[in-house]
Design a protein around this ligand. Sequence first.
Ligand code: NAP
Ligand code: GDD
Length: 329
Amino acid sequence: MARKTAFITGITGQDGSYLADFLLDQGYRVCGMVRRSSTENFQRIEHIRSRIELYQADLLDQTSLAQVLSQVHPDEVYNLAAMSFVPTSWQQPVLTAEYTALGVTRLLDALRAVCPHARFYQASSSEMFGKVQQTPQSEDTPFYPRSPYGVAKVYGHYITVNYRESYGLFACSGVLFNHESPRRGLEFVTRKISHGVAKIRLGLAHELRLGNLQAKRDWGFAGDYVRAMWLMLQQEKPDDYVIGTGETHSVEEYVQLAFDHVGLDWRKYVVIDPQFYRPAEVDLLLADAGKAKRQLGWQPKVSFPDLTAMMVEADLAALGGQRLASLAA
Ligand code: NAP
Ligand code: GDD
């Protein structure tokens, strides 16, 4: 069979880099979209740089999207690019909507014109459930977004459904719950904590300032979740799927596990700082991923404690510290 071509927007991000790793392993030709910057931001894809093709385009520029799709001729398009940090969406609500909402329509329209047979994946989010209307949350749970980011993602979700129903595109939307990794951006809470714990353990910091410790999330490992994205595009029919672990944990639980991992008492180091509270909070997310399990055969492999340990260990190593074993010795 001919080698398939995948096109990934957001390839420089956490998920884009794991998806590129996964698709290369599956034998794909992997092409990625990057936006122009005065300095390259390719750390997460440095290890595969020679095995992928990068093309400049931007979700804000319709013409650039059509051009890049006609150059690449993709079989599968994964739209992972977005303004993905929830707090920034209150500071830049209009730009968030341009990237995270209208960007989806621009890309779908370009795909419809240039490569209508390509399969399309949209990175939807559990943030769309916001002030949750039922627990756990499944494909049937109504949306109630609590941030400009969540509102933009609801638009991206429904425009994907609409283009599937209006034009017969093979377009899927994956409603992914929080997923983390050592490649997670430093401002997201799990990575902020793992990095902060490693710095404290290595004597490089003496406190960690955080916001709401009572918020609960369904956290999984990003490497598991990109497999679900791919599985959605391998089905006979396009559909939407919730992806999560089915476990929920508070930020405080993650803090405790991370500090326990290096043998420290978190209460001595964590400072609650109101600047990290949000204008409107999402209190509890918990996935019912039964449909994905039944129809895709998808299940997460990495547990919550293993994810925490993986992230703390990676930050200890990256910060030049010794591994935990030698620290404890
Ligand atoms: P991330 O690490 O923040 O990566 C975002 C990517 O989007 C980066 O490659 C970024 O490029 C790119 N991008 C942003 N604006 C762009 C624009 N105007 N044109 C082109 N590229 C642009 O996010 P992630 O965690 O990998 O998440 C991937 C997607 O899944 C996002 O859509 C996110 O909203 C969604 N999602 C994530 C989670 C999660 O828990 N991680 C859960 C549900 C949904 P630069 O490197 O140039 O900034
Ligand atoms: N970032 C951050 N920083 N969050 C904090 C902090 C802090 O210092 N202290 C407490 N939190 C709480 C937040 O209030 C929130 O309830 C929770 O930790 C998780 O915050 P983030 O890690 O920033 O993630 P998120 O849940 O807002 O959004 C992520 O998950 C979504 C899926 O549900 C992002 O990856 C989104 O792009 C994604 O769609």
